[in-house]
Design a protein around this ligand. Sequence first.
Ligand SMILES: Nc1ncnc2c1ncn2[C@@H]1O[C@H](COP(=O)(O)OP(=O)(O)OP(=O)(O)O)[C@@H](O)[C@H]1O
Ligand SMILES: [Mg+2]
Length: 503
Amino acid sequence: MSEEYVLELEHIRKEYPGVVALKDVTLQLRKGEVLGLIGENGAGKSTLIKCCSGAVIPTSGKIKVNGKEFDRMTPQLAAENGIAIIYQEFNNVGELSAAENLFLGRPIRNGIMIDRKAMEAEAAKAFAQLQIKIDPRELVKNLSVGYQQMIEIAKAIQQNAKVLIMDEPSAPLTSNEVENMFKVVELLRTQGVSIIYISHRLEEIFRLSDRIEVIRDGEYVTTLITPEATVDELIRLMVGREMTQKYPPRKDCIDEKNVVLELKNVTGNGDHNMSLKVHAGEVLGLGGLVGAGRTELAEVIFGAKPKESGQILLHGREINPKSPREAIDLGIALVPEDRKRHGALLTNSIKNNINMPIYERISKASVIDSGTEKKTAEKYRKEIQIKCPTINQLVKNLSGGNQQKVILGKWLAADSTLIIFDEPTRGIDVGAKFEIYKLINDLVESGRSVLMISSEMEELIGMSDRIIVLAEGQMTGELEKEEFNADTIMAYASAVVDNKEVG
Ligand SMILES: Nc1ncnc2c1ncn2[C@@H]1O[C@H](COP(=O)(O)OP(=O)(O)OP(=O)(O)O)[C@@H](O)[C@H]1O
Ligand SMILES: [Mg+2]
């Protein structure tokens, strides 16, 4: 009965040296449906969908497209058979226009000349079909991440894709951009496109999908009809155990008399007059919309961006870190948001990455104490559940979420007194989130201070002792625990923006 399905994966297995990424996974995609694909970090989601594009060649198993059987895909075959994937890293070229990107590698020609007018007209048509407003002549580097993603989607549609696979598409987007992307997904569904949607955000899966497939440890678990599924059930199926608590309890450990970090009227990189205090044993949450200036503020404290004026005090003494190295030596750590660009040396091992900030400390006369090196790496591998065959595994071969955990382990090993987390659980599955929250609790319970940037309202409220809200590089509000409330935080987060619109 395979006519019913546009895409079928049968008993897909993928082995890597020392790892079986996929043991036996089956997936069936119906015409015009959105299938949510969920599972813990390292469950095999990305590997599975890469088998559909030819980016990964399965060790065994069958792929059927409209009933036609393939042992393996190639990028060419995938395109011919109408399969397109939107990866997290886009393939756009910033220096080219939107239209040129749409026809990258296959420009429309008039004789031997590239026909720019025709490409622009076609691009305008494709954007109109998706009901998005992009000027085909605009250079892609001037477009927001949301629009860049739309160009990737438009490219797929322009090439007549019938199956669109999206791997964590919402992760790099602002909340407005997410709304727009949802609209496009819903529109495409009504146009008969079948979609596989991967996300760690279950509310998105519930909103968009018709059915949900769960995989765990490279194995097929089950497929549910979305309106019949519940959050608790999905979590249990993904994690393989019951999870009743979302936020682990924390001992009261704030030392009000001990101010670890103080900012006095700090300006830098477009931010204005940042003043705040973080106490020992405290988690200070930094809320706001994406682009509010929170990452920039973190980078100023960490010496990665220059401070223009004002004072940064650590334990009451003024500091002026000129580089992250200086900040690290002062006991400051920053767990960055963009792991690919800042966090990890992808071509190094897990062990190497975790020990990076402490090599100096664990070496004598340039000889590394390999026992301590190994012990440290093993400790964090266990504590934050980094899914890997050994600590010698290269970071680039880990799943996205597990790369994030390695970076986390690295900064925890650094044993800093102030740890700044920038979106600590983005792309991290529910089970591991809980472990990361426990680690944050451990940090503050042992007297350290945490500054936590989070765009996830629930996490901000669930983990912070106090919340400061930023909007457009300005502080717009401060809330004590008793005052925590999503609506109030949202109001502060959009405060400056509203003023501007009125004035
Ligand atoms: N090139 C590779 N070499 C070795 N192991 C790999 C390689 N690519 C993936 N793996 C392993 O395969 C498993 C599945 O990884 P995959 O990226 O598919 O997970 P995922 O479900 O997408 O996770 P996440 O939610 O973290 O993105 C992981 O254990 C990963 O370490
Ligand atoms: Mg993945």
